[in-house]
Design a protein around this ligand. Sequence first.
Ligand SMILES: [Fe+2]
Length: 236
Amino acid sequence: MNTEDKTNINSVENFQIIPIMPEAMAVFQIDKEKHQEFKSKIEHLMDTADDKYRRDVPDGDKREFLCNNRFQNVLLDFPELKELHSILKESALNFIKKCGFICDEVIITDAWVNKYRLGSTLPVHRHANSYISGNYFVNYDKSINSPLTLTNDRVVTSQAPTLKLQPDDEKTPYNRNTYEIICEESTVLLWKSHILHGYSKPEIGDNRLTLSFNIMPKVMGVGEQFSYAVDENSRV
Ligand SMILES: [Fe+2]
């Protein structure tokens, strides 16, 4: 962008605000038939999987988790999800490449299923030790299930990494508190893992089912000096 032509340093009315380095999010949908197949397999797992795959939650908790444990990975522990594993891996690799980075292979380091019942919320958080995170909306009706909501860390005090000011009433792309993603069932979202996300609007549905995952490039490398590799076969 040529800023010289349009910028007049003598006029406060005539300056530009340019969106430098915007954040990338991938949005795509799993093929309808494939989605129905994956959905019934995942729902079946939620009903039948051994207790060792279930995370303990406090009595009365409105959530259920499958394979939400560092030694488990729902996409690897259940061979019936092998094809979904390949689709998510491939899409994350494409996302990284489309954003303009060099990467030959990715590894899904964690993958688990979340069931959120009536009244539940998902506190704002970000995923550590991960490069890309994602959500696959397995059982989801946007008219009743809460949307995933991304939080702007320029504005939200408790999570702000630096100084903040009170936002104006006039919304801009920079001062909004949050960004709600309204999507259909079968949608997959991919984002950089450091982005804050969650939702505060309590569920008015009773069976919000999503599959969450974390992804690392197999080799994290920069130039000729620095790199390390991630091993898919070691879960520690
Ligand atoms: Fe998350």
